[in-house]
Design a protein around this ligand. Structure first.
Ligand SMILES: [Zn+2]
Length: 317
């Protein structure tokens, strides 16, 4: 069997998976606490210990593992973590350090980029050369895969899709600018708009769905009420989809990727979201009748980091 290991390093947990490359699956998984901020050497030693555990579960030794890939938060360029605030790292040669400690070749990528790579290789972009991933969460994360490789930008700062400005002098964004994509289309923005409309429409079904408690709403509340014909919820969803289509059309018109992959909890709405979105994109994005970017929901949820990290070794071939 061909083995590799994928490490999803987060601010809270380090999740590690032993991957069967031919079978396209995670064989064993284990997670330990990150206890950040800590020096890169310490975290690398912990990662090695988990790798050894996973190898033992499979009855192999670490030298049977072709490589170790890491998905890390922060800015990454060519194996170096240029900056990762929650880990307390700057200019950390993570790849080099982990390789020295484990004795295996290592590859490092930003976590959003690694997740995009998982989708490009084994997820909704399988068989395609280009995929742009957009994750609608607290903010909006992004990953750009072009010609089968992650595009980091010359300085590691590429794919900040959430801070593409879609409205001049628009809503305030957490980054300090105004009118950013994520100020309109993150889960946070959707919840904010849901609340605003509930206050304007005391008779809205959204109140019933929230059990009369405005703090008990989430990204699904407006979708649920909309599917039952609620006017205020329909406004929320229509606005949300309009803005989402603007952002995605910009991305399509620049890159013409084979696939745009939508991730995050909201993508779980499925056709309820995808149908109106695709409809809008037909008018706002370029492409021919038979050659249009596919817009798909992400295949991977929690394992995208581990799998994308594990597959980084393929990219380097
Ligand atoms: Zn912003």
């Amino acid at each position: 069997m061909k083995y590799c290991i994928g490490v999803d390093l987060g601010g809270t947990n380090i999740a590690v998976g032993l991957i069967d490359l031919d079978g396209r699956r995670i064989l064993h998984k284990k997670s330990v606490k990150t206890r950040a901020p800590r020096p890169c050497e310490e975290i690398s030693s912990d990662i090695k210990a988990v790798c050894l555990d996973l190898c033992q579960m499979e009855g192999i030794s670490l030298s049977d593992v072709l490589w170790i890939g890491i998905a890390t938060p922060g800015i990454v360029r060519a194996g170096v973590v240029i900056s990762a605030v929650n880990l307390g790292w700057s200019d950390e040669p993570f790849g080099e350090i982990l390789s020295r400690i484990t004795g295996r070749p290592t590859f490092v990528a930003n976590d959003a980029n690694a997740a995009a790579y998982a989708e490009a290789k084994w997820g909704c972009g399988v068989g395609e050369d280009s995929l742009i991933a957009i994750t609608l969460g607290t903010g909006i994360g992004g990953g750009i895969i072009l010609d089968g490789k992650i595009w980091e930008g010359f300085n590691g700062f590429a794919a900040e899709l959430g801070h593409m400005v879609i409205a001049v002098d628009g809503r305030h964004c957490a980054c300090g600018l105004r009118g950013c994509f994520e100020a309109y289309c993150s889960a946070t923005a959707l919840v904010h708009e849901t609340r605003r409309m509930m206050k304007l429409y005391p008779d809205s079904l959204m109140w019933e769905i929230a059990g009369g408690d405005i703090t008990r709403i989430d990204g699904r509340t407006a979708f649920k009420a909309n599917s039952r014909g609620d006017f205020a919820a329909h406004q929320v969803i229509e606005d949300f989809v309009n803005y989402l289509a603007i952002g995605i059309a910009n991305i399509i018109n620049i890159f013409q990727p084979s696939v745009v992959c939508l991730g995050g909890g909201i993508s779980g709405q499925g056709e309820e979201l995808m149908r109106p979105l695709r409809e809008r994109l037909r008018y706002t994005s370029f492409g021919t009748k038979d050659m249009r970017t596919r817009v798909e929901a992400a295949v991977y949820k929690n394992d995208a980091g581990i799998i994308g990290a594990g597959l980084l070794g393929i990219m380097e071939d």
